[in-house]
Design a protein around this ligand. Structure first.
Ligand code: FES
Length: 144
């Protein structure tokens, strides 16, 4: 099973490099492509222009249909091996709910979002008394 990770190559938009030099986001993507290409891995690395996480560069996200979306911020090219490791686990999982405690330690604090997939393609019905807390299990280390 393959994984798929989206990497923003316009980070850091608030502190762009001198003309002709790569952005930190591009350096991260290139580091990942080099590692994955070298080992002929199964993770697809998709470069994108902005993931709307600009104030906390660099950004990347794991996303596949029917799975949790996991967003990362504050990344550097040094995080490339750890991101690929998590992307492989994400790709192999049924729902993308990769336990945080299995992430490489340096990556745990860089998880910026964990968004559950829609339930059967639709949001659950709103009860008569209005919206309520929808108890999605929190990862260890998250929540109250
Ligand atoms: S420029 Fe990278 S998230 Fe916006």
């Amino acid at each position: 099973m393959s994984g798929r990770i989206f990497v923003c190559t316009t980070c850091n938009r608030y502190s762009p490099p001198p003309p002709g030099e790569p952005t930190p986001g591009s350096c991260l993507a290139e580091a990942m492509i080099e590692i994955e290409g070298g080992r002929k891995g199964s993770v697809a690395i998709r470069t994108v222009v902005c993931l709307n996480n600009c104030p906390k560069p660099c950004a990347a996200a794991l996303r596949e249909p029917g799975k949790y979306i996991i967003r990362f911020s504050g990344l550097t090219a040094n995080d490339a091996p750890a991101l690929l490791e998590v992307a492989e686990r994400y790709g192999a999982s049924a729902d993308g709910d990769v336990p945080l405690e299995t992430f490489p330690a340096d990556l745990r604090s860089k998880v910026a979002g964990r968004i559950p997939p829609p339930v059967r393609g639709a949001l659950p019905p709103v009860p008569e008394h209005g919206p309520v807390h929808d108890p999605v299990p929190a990862l260890p280390g998250f929540g109250p």
